[in-house]
Design a binder for this molecule. Structure first.
Ligand code: IMP
Length: 423
């Protein structure tokens, strides 16, 4: 039996899609367990670029069965549109994608509420993707959510939508917007019930069966540990557990044995939206990394904030996820640099801090103690074996491995499947 999980060790956008795609070759099932279509997983295969938001990246491999667990929030319109896009690009969709009947549905009022609450926060806004993710999880925990299974009980669906809307419309009206009509939403979602039916299963049962049959399962985390609702830079986080802790609740199985938990770490750091970012680079240096790394959101197109690798947060994320090995992505993006900096510790009110602080306001005020390393200044995007990496690049990897006490087993030197080195 092989059970692997891929999790992000930064603020998302670490390049999980590419690594999941690489590992999917040795998987029978690829499973999403949290988040929603706020994720944007990019996979490049030759001339073709696929950007997946909701559907696991494993879909690009014939024979792999993809499952969306109960912990994911699903916008049915997005799900169906993504399927259609994949079909148009020649990907076969037949008995290879399933969604949990317990997953919560994103409804039109969630998107509206997302924007209202962001506007209300003004300068303190979180910078969400605006897709209704937070309000959908809010309803889930307030026990007023609508789940996939409810689509198949029209009377209950109608009652739920009407009851929810009577509350939401008060706030929608207060925000000066036109109230939504329950009839429109009800009709739209009944239509989705018909279209989604072939994909809906009890995902927990499906995965238990797979485990009994010794199938190989790969779990695909979305976002990253620093966006986790408990361990991230709260309140500048997403609304789900975006680290390994989201897995059990998000699929309904407590896994006693993982063959490996693979943490994805970009060779530098990025973040989209607001919130503290100690190693952030401003001015030309940040812009240079953004352009060279193509650091623009796969979901919203927003420019990503860029900065140096931060080993304080990386160590924290490595511990939280009990990471067995690391896949380092985008090492090629640093190739032009004469000197590369790595954040080693924080300075707060004259004290040196090595543990990641719990308060976003503390983190905001932290200075950084940097280590400088000599760059390799050589294009590495065509390197075929990790042995052929320049000595300075090997030193960079060795130093990170040593600092995090974890092996870097995969190194990505470009977006294509072929630009992946194993160590
Ligand atoms: P939400 O998930 O849309 O509520 O957004 C909350 C925060 O998480 C914002 O800062 C978003 O930019 C960020 N975020 C959500 N999903 C992703 C992702 O997949 N990659 C990077 N940042 C994300």
């Amino acid at each position: 039996m092989s059970i692997k999980c891929v999790v992000g060790l930064q603020w998302g956008d670490e390049g999980k899609g590419k690594i999941v795609d690489t590992l999917s070759k040795q998987a029978d099932f690829v499973v999403r367990f949290q988040g929603g279509h706020n994720a944007g997983h990019t996979v490049v295969i030759g001339e073709n670029k696929f950007v997946l938001h909701l559907i696991p990246s494993g879909i690009l491999h014939p024979g792999v069965i993809c499952v969306i667990g109960n912990g994911v929030v699903i916008d049915p319109k997005q799900f169906l549109a993504e399927l259609e896009q994949l079909r148009r690009k020649g990907i076969r969709i037949k008995n290879n994608i399933f969604i949990s009947d317990r997953a919560h549905l994103i409804l039109p009022y969630h998107k509206v509420m997302d924007n209202i609450s962001e506007n209300k926060l003004g300068q303190n806004k979180i910078g969400t993707t605006g897709l209704g993710i937070g309000p959908c999880y809010t309803d889930k925990y307030a026990r007023t959510g609508v789940r996939i299974i409810d689509l198949f009980d029209p009377a209950y669906l109608k009652e739920r939508i009407k009851a929810n809307l009577s509350h939401k419309n008060v706030m929608i009206s207060l925000a000066g917007l036109k109230p939504l009509a329950w009839q429109d939403i009800y009709k739209e979602y009944l239509g989705y019930a018909r279209n989604l039916k072939p994909y809906v299963v009890d995902a927990r049962v499906m995965l238990m069966d797979a485990l009994r049959k010794n199938k190989r399962i790969l779990f695909e985390g979305a976002q990253g540990t620093l966006l986790d609702v408990d361990f991230g830079t709260y309140p500048f986080v997403t609304s789900s557990n975006a680290d390994i802790s989201g897995l059990s609740a998000g699929i309904g199985i407590t896994l006693k044995k993982f063959n490996s938990i693979i943490g994805i770490l970009k060779a530098y750091t990025t973040r989209v939206g607001s919130g503290p970012f100690p190693t952030e680079l401003s001015g030309f240096a940040g812009e240079d990394l953004r352009q060279r790394g193509g650091e623009f959101g796969a979901t919203t197109g927003r420019p990503r904030r860029c900065g140096w690798l931060d080993l304080v947060s990386a160590r924290y994320a490595t511990e939280i996820n009990s990471v067995d090995s690391i896949a380092m992505t985008k090492l090629d993006v640093l190739s032009h640099l004469k000197t590369i900096k790595i954040g080693m510790a924080y300075k707060y009110k004259g004290r040196t801090i090595r543990n990641f602080p719990s308060g976003a306001r503390v983190l905001e005020d932290c200075g950084i103690v940097y280590k400088e390393m000599t760059g390799w200044q050589k294009d590495i995007s065509a390197v075929k074996s990790s042995r052929d990496l320049p000595a300075a690049a090997k030193r960079y990897l060795d130093f990170i491995e040593h600092s995090l006490d974890t092996h870097i087993k995969i190194v990505s030197v470009g977006p294509d499947r072929k630009q992946t080195l194993f160590r």
